[in-house]
Write a protein that binds this ligand. Sequence first.
Ligand SMILES: Cc1ncc(COP(=O)(O)O)c(C=O)c1O
Length: 368
Amino acid sequence: MSTTTARVFNFSAGPAVLPLSVLEQIQQDLVSLPGVGSSVLEISHRSKDFDDILDDAQSRLRRLMGIPNDYEVLFLQGGAALQNVMIPANLLSGADQTADYIVTGAWGKKSSGEVKHYGKLNVAWDGADSNYDRVPAPGELSLTGATEGAAYVHLTANETIQGVQFHELPDCGDVPIVVDHSSDIMCRPVDVSKYGLFYACAQKNAGVAGVTVVVVRKDLLERSGPLPSYLSYAIHADKGSRFNTPATFAIYVTGLVCKWLEEEVGGLAAMEKQNIAKSKMIYDVVDGSGGFYVPHAAEKDRSIMNVVFRLPTPEQDADFVVKAARAGLTTLKGHRSVGGIRASLYNAMPVEGVEALAAFMQDYAAKS
Ligand SMILES: Cc1ncc(COP(=O)(O)O)c(C=O)c1O
């Protein structure tokens, strides 16, 4: 019996859709991993079998993203939320140092809120005035600069709620750039050597909730003084992501997602092509609707992961969500701070799902 007939197209912002082949692999191996005889849920994080799973996930991620050897790859817990704390704890080496935050949406705002516990915060730009509908132009940034004590510049690559995405990293000179890639990791190739650190909770593009991928340049591990042990990147690196029991199942799933990207999708350039084509399908309907669908983000900064738009009235937004769900297109309600509709088109959203949504939108607009 196929499992596909019972599945809807799930446009959730996260936890979100997984590749069907990954789900089927989990299902097939859940009771007994081949060659192991126990479930992945039952084996020790200190076992050779788990070593193989973690090493495989790490080497696939390194290959896919082209992560150089002078970067550590860590699998941590606590979500992106804990990274908001660990980043200033590790990278601000004293109260006289400043962390620059470029705030392009709700997640960046939240990240900036933790800096005060460790040092000075400089908001280098904040798009609140236009309800976070764009990223800044390079000339708009008020960066602190290395000589004035800037420790790092933080930004959120893709603001999941507002559907606003950096398509290029800003030039921050010699100051390490720290990026929240939670909702767009592996959506396209990136040049990892441009980053000081990036991180992503897994439950959107890299697997399931429970594990957070942190990739950090090794020289940055030495910056902080003594820290509570769980907060120290250096300790997690030294212990090979096994300082405490890691999220073993979630790491296994991240490995399967990377395997899918490598072996079925054909790598991140191929993934990017699909993502551009999928998001274009929806943006084309929005742009061709004669103003019926109104996009939230400025055209040049539109996300290829989260497409955010609204209908003429909140009542129509709500009616759209209900009727779409009846048609098997679920979880399309926008975040309450923006309203309207949010269609999350993560890597694993099949093109058929996006085609179905585009057709539904056209039909809905025609009948309204
Ligand atoms: C860009 C971004 N950053 C951070 C988070 C928060 O992640 P977590 O709930 O794992 O802390 C999310 C989504 O939940 C997100 O989309």
